[in-house]
Design a protein around this ligand. Sequence first.
Ligand code: AMP
Length: 299
Amino acid sequence: MSVLIVGTTALDSIKTPKAENPRLLGGSASHAAVAASFFSPVQLVGIVGDDFPKRYVELYKKHGICLEGLQQVQGQTFHWAGEYEVNMNKRRTLNTVLGVIENFTPKLPDAYAKTPYVLLANISPGLQHHVLDQMKKPKFVIADTMDLWLNIALPEVLKLLKRVDAIVMNDSEASQLTQTDNIVAAIPKIHKMGPKYVIVKKGEHGAILSGPSGMFVAPAFPLHKVVDPTGAGDSFVGGMIGYLATSKGSIETNLRRAIIHGSVVASFCCEGFGLKKTTTVTKKQIADRVKQLEKLVKF
Ligand code: AMP
């Protein structure tokens, strides 16, 4: 089954202690869409400006991503610039230019409204609501968010939590949302805000899923070298929903394996700048890493 993904389609300028890469293909929706495309057909909802390179459009196409919902208009593409410290867990935003995303109120193509799986990737909660309003009885909706929206649009985030099946956020955002340092204690508080499934990402330490059948602690794939972790969270949730959409049986049954597949795609994302590594990975490499991860946690 297909997955609809809305989020940022961006140009990212990324600086690490070792290298600097300007204007890479990035954005929450780009990372998530490429990740999901390994498993399921993807429909992308986003907006880019007239500065968006054609080769990036070709890259989406190479992954079979449906671009009927990708608008190209006059103006600047959303641009994010960030810098990592030697400890790659620490990054700071150097600059954000909203550009054409500022006035983005997408009207979904008719064919998109009945898509069963929906990923509201990181973008303003107002836009996440706007897209969800146009969906007709989706089977599964998951939303991602970030600290910025908890700071400047909390009421809209809280409203969104009541409308989605699952929320994914990182540990610091879960603490911020619940005013609770301990993640295990924060999770039931997030359930009370609405979502049946809560997924808390802990970067290189994996993720915790909580749902009706309890908790699942998923490892991250251990890497010798991280080149650029930008988009790892988006790849994680994209890979996860892509895998879910292709799996038979209930969400509850498939969610654990879906999370493992998300972790594996995220690990590839970290091994190259922007989408450079993810876009060269094969399905076989993903399957092999899933097997390795299974061995690593079996006891
Ligand atoms: P992650 O590393 O998973 O947090 O995601 C990084 C991606 O988020 C980059 O590709 C950015 O283009 C995108 N991004 C940065 N700031 C924002 C924002 N305010 N809203 C949505 N996406 C953003």
